[in-house]
Design a protein around this ligand. Sequence first.
Ligand SMILES: Cc1cc2nc3c(=O)[nH]c(=O)nc-3n(C[C@H](O)[C@H](O)[C@H](O)COP(=O)(O)OP(=O)(O)OC[C@H]3O[C@@H](n4cnc5c(N)ncnc54)[C@H](O)[C@@H]3O)c2cc1C
Length: 336
Amino acid sequence: MEANPNVMVLAEIRNGKVHDLTWEMITWGRKLAGKLGVKVDCAVLGARQDDFQKLVHWGADRVLVVTGGKPDGFLVTSAARLLLETIRAEQPGIVIAPATTFGRTVMPITAARLATGLTADCTELDIDPKDNLLLQTRPAIGGNIMATIKTARTKPQMATVRPRSIKPGVYDRSRRGEVITRQYNTGDNWQEKLVSFVRHEEKDINLENADIVVTGGKGMKNKENYLLLGELADLLGAGLGATRVAVEAGWAPFARQIGLTGKTVSPKVYIAAGVSGKIQHLAGMITSEYVIAINEDVDSQIFNVADLGIIGDAPTVIAHLIQAVKAQKKTNGRHG
Ligand SMILES: Cc1cc2nc3c(=O)[nH]c(=O)nc-3n(C[C@H](O)[C@H](O)[C@H](O)COP(=O)(O)OP(=O)(O)OC[C@H]3O[C@@H](n4cnc5c(N)ncnc54)[C@H](O)[C@@H]3O)c2cc1C
């Protein structure tokens, strides 16, 4: 079969539905496909009832709704067999998936079976204009450098991409594309079965979708000061984040850690208080729209990515901010 050079993106499925992260994957797909002059195929593994046209509106040229795996919920080998069959049939040049539990499990199995390369956990994807190969950038050597990797000799080129590493493109209802159903026989010799599904509860920690994130680092000095940030976050309706140093000091649970080994956020406003801005922390917040940094050291790296820098003692500045927001709210309450 003639190789089809399209870019294939894998839809993220959660609770039987196509998850919002898929829009980001399609956006990456469009960026790459645009440079290569090819199309974007979005593969939805497992028969799901959903409005697949919306994937076209987000930018997919073809939506491949793939059925035939083991029917009861998400199972890695079932999804991997479906992906394998889809790739064999469609022969895409590039396959990308979100670096979630789904992508991080299904993609390596599939890549191994295809004897091709996979770069996990990329933060940036691009096309090398010299040879049209995929440039896959990810932190390496303990996060101390950013490495750009190419899969030069095998196809397809496969990568998982960190959630929130790109803003979703424009949702366009007038976009036209195809929704195609494919059925594959993946056999019935399954070594696994779904026993139960236990949700990991992270009560009150909704960082990834917050419009404002307030994050505290070592410069907040102690837990009591760090908790002031929680008060500010509540007043602003913001998510509360922490650096690894703050987590290791016991001021916040790991679920609040932002960075390479923590969460990736992309809020409208990111407030970093007493945060130095080391590369491993920046990896988790660099796509924030507007960064406000409070640090007493004028040479701190965080100021390199800040839109607004406040030089001063972070706990004191935060205490003032809390008073100012409270006063503003009171005034607003009186007038409206
Ligand atoms: C493999 C690996 C993975 C990692 N993953 C992560 C990760 O996911 N997330 C993460 O955050 N880190 C991560 N790190 C750690 C990272 O390298 C940094 O050590 C960490 O981000 C620093 O946290 P910090 O900014 O709180 O502390 P520091 O780097 O110690 O900085 C404290 C800052 O506070 C300022 N300061 C001090 N006193 C005050 C004051 N009174 N008022 C205002 N400012 C003050 C200082 O000038 C300084 O800039 C990782 C490291 C490695 C090697």
